[in-house]
Design a protein around this ligand. Structure first.
Ligand code: BGC
Length: 736
């Protein structure tokens, strides 16, 4: 029997030696023990004797969903002290935007354009989760989402590959303690869902994606490649097929690209039963087939379905799977277990009680919620409100402690949520206000209290209407085909507006909703992707001007659901939309009219989104000028692009300055513009700063028709500004 001491030693020496020791260990493991490492089981209660026995036999490598330290330690004891190999279990849990203290949902965090904030939120989540024994999270989700019908748009960082990649890497660093995976407060991250899951047809969850090769490489895989560079410990294969090939059986994706090309050396886990689901996809006839396809593709660990456990022994006996393939999978898993320091510290420390909802974590959650809110409209500078104004607080999301947390709040406790109404009972109790929910929850269709809401608005100086989506309306398996404010909320806004007082609309939702029809009835709009535990306080911090909004949209807001997909970085077409498009009302009535020209737009909803990617207002105003860049990219392959940014408003504020680039002529059609840099710049009222972006030759590289990544010489256009419609423009070229 391999002693624990030997294993501990194996993991504390240098990498090469660790690999050698892992090999020694593998050489001494039975086939059943190896296959056991490749199996993840879901448990949520204290383990019974039967489970403990299976662990002792070395047949479980990972457990998902145990968050009880005593249960975790019981299982771990069976693995470490009572099994032949003594290999510890890795405990996993979906810790997506917090464990107990919840930051805004990832889409909200993305609106901050603040990698440091995303890093810190992941750190906070890791510290809390680790204290109950969670050692591995299934985050960040790096799926590019360009369809708001898809409920899981909530869980990612939006539509742009550069933004998703940057924020994904920051999140990985946060979870994994900046590369110190063995740190006592680190947890292993998981880049998911590899790949193409965000492109589910029609936004229907789990559906097929049909992403062609160049888009696959240049957009959908990009954040994953960067996650590997950032040292992500694990990668999860997705549920969907792309062009007929389910990810958990996609050898080209997992083996060729992830392992051989990107040199990923962590381990690959399938998504929940996604391997077994290849039978339903119709690419495997039975579980044995499933095991064969997935091991060949390079999936190391199977999440909850038992295809490997049951079938690998026979497949090996039949010579269909070489034992070397099993060894490789186990080696990948053990490597991460070693790097995590799991052998040295397998147990949860139960002597110090876990610290949740600490002053520090609540402060961070509040700052994150404030940075994540996006001011979409602010007519006549209605906001910020004065703390002496009388406000009517109206609407179903004003006091919805569960719904405000958003999707993936397995462990978050709603009794700790600070809703807007909660904030008015605490720190903001000096505010003269009246509260009228009008609707019990977002889908409630009972309008009987609308008149009361209207009267409350009439008696106040300003009405603040809190609407949006309940948490259950977004997230996994929660797609929608209609993205208007659900139920009768739009009618509520109208009713309140009819009182004649200024209306502030505060939205809390899991996705960008089609709010165009509501805009005429709102003088100001503050949009929050479900803002988490401290959302209520953060919203009032913003509404009263204690904080200045700085969030920018990580996704395009469409006018109509029928415009989907609409995203800023689309390829140019041969017939782009004209600057001025004809609207339905402008179509002449005279008989015989047969054509309105041959360009690309919708007659009923035009060419443009409601709000573009990168958009967001502030109580300050910002002016960009004086773009300076060289004419040519020099031989060292880097240029510096400079601009002057001025806060022309009369309060201090933060602007997210954005850099966009277009490759004017390339061997394949390239996006009309692509985000290549961003930074948060804080400016006092009236202050001017010079901002600068570095752009390297590799930042301009893309895969061409031969699937070769390269930067092609030629002309490039550059824009710097506060959203994807940035106007400050320059050009440079890369000589042949
Ligand atoms: C989801 C994953 C998640 C897993 C484990 C699946 O249904 O797609 O994102 O990590 O469950 O809970």
């Amino acid at each position: 029997m391999v002693s624990l001491v030997a294993l501990v030693a194996a993991c504390t020496v240098q990498i090469d030696e660790t690999e050698q020791k892992i090999n020694d260990l593998i050489a001494r493991m039975t086939l059943e023990e190896k296959i056991g490492q490749m199996f993840q089981v879901s448990l949520d209660n204290a383990p019974n004797e039967q489970i403990l026995q299976v662990v002792r036999e070395g047949k479980i490598g990972s457990v998902i969903n145990v968050v009880n330290p005593e249960a975790a330690n019981m299982l771990q004891k069976a693995a470490v002290e009572e099994s032949r190999t003594g290999i510890p279990i890795i405990f996993g849990r979906d810790v997506i935007h917090g464990f107990k203290t919840l930051a805004p949902i990832p889409l909200g965090q993305a609106a901050s354009f603040d990698p440091q904030l995303i890093h810190d939120c992941a750190r906070m989540s890791a510290v809390e989760a680790r204290s109950v024994g969670v050692r591995w999270t299934f985050a960040p989700m790096l799926d590019i989402a360009r369809d708001a019908r898809w409920g899981r748009i909530a869980e990612g960082f939006g539509e742009d590959p550069y933004l998703v990649a940057q924020l994904g890497a920051a999140s990985i660093q946060g979870f994994q303690s900046d590369g110190r995976l063995s740190d006592e407060q680190a947890i292993a991250a998981c880049a998911k869902h590899f790949a193409g899951y965000g492109a589910a047809e029609g936004g229907r969850d789990y559906n097929s994606a049909n992403i062609p090769p160049l888009l696959w490489r240049n957009v959908y895989l990009k954040p994953f490649e960067q996650a590997v560079d950032a040292g992500v410990a694990t990668v999860m294969t997705s549920f969907n097929d792309n062009d007929g090939i389910p990810s958990s059986g996609n050898e080209d994706l997992v083996k060729n690209t992830l392992r051989d090309e990107w040199h990923f050396n962590g381990f690959v886990v399938s998504d929940w039963t996604s391997m077994a689901e290849m039978i339903a996809h119709g690419v495997a006839k039975d579980m044995k087939d499933v095991a064969l396809i997935s091991i060949k593709a390079g999936v190391d660990m199977e999440m909850v379905s038992p295809a490997y456990l049951i079938n690998l022994p026979e497949l090996i006996k039949e010579g269909k799977v070489p034992e070397k393939a099993i060894d490789n999978a186990v080696r990948n898993i053990l490597r991460i277990k070693c790097r995590m320091g799991l052998f040295e510290k397998p147990y949860v420390n139960t002597s110090t009680p876990p610290a949740f909802y600490t002053e520090e974590s609540l402060k961070l959650a509040r700052r994150a919620a404030a940075e994540s809110a996006i001011l979409l409209k602010n007519e006549n500078h209605l906001l910020p409100l004065s703390e002496t104004q009388k406000i009517a607080v109206i609407g179903p999301m004003a006091d919805a402690p569960h719904d405000q947390l958003g999707t993936w709040c397995f462990d978050g406790d709603k009794t700790h949520t600070l809703t807007p109404v909660g904030a008015l009972k605490g720190e903001y109790r000096h505010i003269n206000h009246v509260y009228e929910p009008a609707l019990a929850y977002s889908r409630d269709k009972n309008t009987s209290r609308f008149d009361k809401a209207r009267r409350a608005a009439a008696a106040a100086d300003v009405a603040v209407v809190f609407v949006g989506e309940e948490a259950i309306l977004s997230g996994e398996a929660h797609s929608l085909s209609n993205l208007n404010l659900i139920g009768v909320q739009s009618e509520l806004i109208k009713a309140v507006k009819s009182a004649g007082k200024p209306v502030v609309l505060v939205v809390m939702a899991g996705r960008p909703l089609t709010i165009e029809r509501d805009l005429p009835y709102a003088d100001a709009v503050l949009y929050n992707f479900h803002p988490g535990t401290m959302g209520g306080a953060a919203i009032f911090d913003l509404l009263f001007g204690r904080e200045n909004p700085s969030g920018k949209l990580p996704v395009t807001f469409v006018r109509e659901v029928g415009q989907i997909p609409l995203y800023y970085n689309h390829n140019n077409t041969g017939r782009p939309a004209p600057d001025k498009v004809t609207t339905l009302d402008e179509i002449p009535l005279e008989a015989g009219q047969t054509s309105l020209g041959n360009t690309s737009f919708y007659l009923d909803s035009g060419r443009d989104p409601l709000f573009p990617f990168g958009y967001g207002l502030s109580y300050s105003s910002f002016e960009y000028s004086n773009l300076i860049l060289p004419d040519q990219m020099p031989a060292n392959g880097t240029i510096t692009i400079k601009a002057t940014l001025k806060n022309t408003g009369n309060v201090a504020g933060t602007e997210v300055a954005q850099l966009y680039v277009r490759d004017m002529v390339a061997s394949v059609a390239r996006p009309v513009k692509e985000l290549k840099g961003f930074q948060r710049v804080w400016l006092k009222a009236g202050e001017t700063k010079e901002i600068s972006f570095e752009l390297g030759i590799s930042d301009l590289a893309f895969f061409d028709q031969d699937m070769i990544r390269k930067t092609e010489p030629g002309d490039f256009t550059v824009w710097v500004g506060g959203d994807s419609n940035a106007q400050l423009k320059g050009v440079f070229s890369i000589p042949e």
